[in-house]
Design a protein around this ligand. Structure first.
Ligand SMILES: C[S@@+](CC[C@H](N)C(=O)[O-])C[C@H]1O[C@@H](n2cnc3c(N)ncnc32)[C@H](O)[C@@H]1O
Length: 295
């Protein structure tokens, strides 16, 4: 049972909710345009996490077949359960991107979102090339963190100090090797060359920006604005839980209770301001690089 990613790096719930907002219907055209799936094709998402991208693609394009693979058991269990609840016919597999459990030439399109950054490229691209049929396509979505915008979170001093203490203790005591996270990230200039290096042709790039968070923006309806604020809350609460997963006594019970209270109070206040019509105009964007190539 592998739950390294969901326990220590990004929890399943946090991943699902942040992506549900990123792959929101309002940006459907951008994602589908960059994916370029055609009717009847067999699609594989590599490193599918909690499965939301697969779910979205299958609901928009019912006649493609969609398989998602991820190393993390908890992400895949969630993705399967959600598929069943949504009545979507997606297949989810626990497995390693560096040794895909699929035959040669068994897919028409392989895609991944924020995964190439964490996996050695010879195996990552080599395996996708192997499972793609000749003429099949790869699409690599990478969020260029350097190009993102994120308004400050305005965390209070006590909250910041407790969170810092938790992470300081967690990193001092941890024997978790998370050096692979982000270890293979490339610049926007290098991704296209990397695809060519691993044997893909007709490489092309699309760049677009998605608005992950903008609750005060006039085009964001109330329900979505509240989800965005609560997603940020979940991100901070998950950060604490991850530190405690790594080092259970990083904080005393009283301290971790107090920290949860402070986090919740801050986001409750953010929602109260929203409801009162008090605008903060905070927002965050993600700049997405979609690099595609043909096998
Ligand atoms: C940043 S997350 C992205 C997840 C998903 N694509 C999304 O955007 O929501 C990276 C994912 O890669 C998965 N992963 C990391 N190494 C992997 C490997 N060798 N094989 C398969 N999945 C892997 C992690 O479990 C995690 O779900």
């Amino acid at each position: 049972m592998n739950t390294v990613w969901s326990s220590y790096i990004q929890s399943t719930g946090e991943l699902y909710e942040s992506r549900a907002l990123r792959f929101d219907d309002s940006s459907k055209g951008l994602w589908l345009g960059a994916l370029g799936a055609r009717p009847g094709e067999r699609l594989l998402e590599v490193g599918c996490g909690s499965g939301i991208f697969c779910h979205r693609v299958k609901s928009y394009l019912p006649d493609v077949s969609v398989t998602g693979i991820d190393l993390d058991d908890s992400h895949i269990a969630f993705a399967r359960e959600k598929s069943d609840r949504l009545g979507l016919d997606c297949r989810f597999v626990v497995g390693d991107a560096t040794a895909l459990p699929f035959g040669d030439a068994s897919f028409d399109l392989c895609f991944s979102h924020t995964v190439a950054e964490h996996i050695p490229h010879d195996a990552f691209f080599g395996e996708q090339r192997r499972v793609l049929r000749p003429g099949g396509r790869i699409v690599v979505f990478s969020v260029r963190t350097r190009l993102n915008i994120r308004s400050d979170d305005a965390m209070g001093d006590e909250e910041a100090a407790l969170l810092e203490k938790a992470w300081k203790r967690a990193s001092e005591t941890s024997d978790l090797d998370d050096s692979f996270v982000g270890a293979y990230e490339l610049s926007e200039h290098d991704y296209p060359r990397e695809l060519e290096k691993y044997g893909f042709e007709d490489v092309s790039v699309r760049v677009f920006t998605v608005m992950d968070y903008a609750p005060d923006s006039s085009d964001v309806p109330r329900e979505k604005a509240l989800r965005q604020i609560n997603c940020r809350r979940l991100g901070v609460l998950s950060s604490l839980e991850k530190a405690l997963n790594i080092c259970p006594d990083a904080l005393s019970q009283a301290e971790s209770g107090r920290l949860r209270e402070l986090i919740n109070a801050r986001f409750d206040e953010r929602i109260a301001k929203y409801e009162r019509g008090e605008k903060l105009w905070d927002f965050s964007t993600s700049t997405v690089l979609a690099v595609s190539g043909v096998r």
